[in-house]
Design a binder for this molecule. Structure first.
Ligand SMILES: [Cu+2]
Length: 128
């Protein structure tokens, strides 16, 4: 379905470029893919009330896929305020989301459910 849409899009783009008589849009269309950046995969296990590991590192400006495996019985999340990032996972489930932080520094990540952070669900995110 999406592949077909992409092919149709390419066909239209080629027609437009052809009509303009220029090939300068070639690079643009190549870089304009809608695929989310996957980058390195970072596995985190969360449960009541901790993360393992509780220290994460990623590169500034580069998307990393955070995979949160919640081995607890209730919902947990990973929230990073400075990056507008929140990944919520129901109990005994696994979800993933791309995290990209543009500014190097040290950030805190934590579970935003009431009481969880103070119970220990927090960690440190280092962006280099
Ligand atoms: Cu939690």
């Amino acid at each position: 379905m999406t592949r077909r849409a992409a092919l149709v899009f390419l066909g239209v783009a080629a027609a437009v470029i052809g009509a303009c008589g220029g090939g300068s849009d070639d690079e643009k269309s190549e870089a304009g893919g809608t695929e989310a950046p996957a980058g390195p995969k970072i596995d985190v296990v969360g449960k009541e009330f901790s993360y393992d590991p509780d220290k994460l590192t990623l590169k500034a400006g580069e998307g990393s896929t955070i995979v949160l495996r919640n081995t607890g019985s209730i919902e947990h999340d990973i929230t990073v305020d400075g990056a507008k990032f929140k990944l919520t996972v129901p109990g005994n489930n696994e979800r993933q989301k791309v995290l990209k932080v543009d500014k190097p520094g040290t950030y805190e990540f934590y579970c935003s459910l009431p009481g969880h952070k103070s119970a220990g669900m927090k960690g440190e995110l280092t962006v280099t």
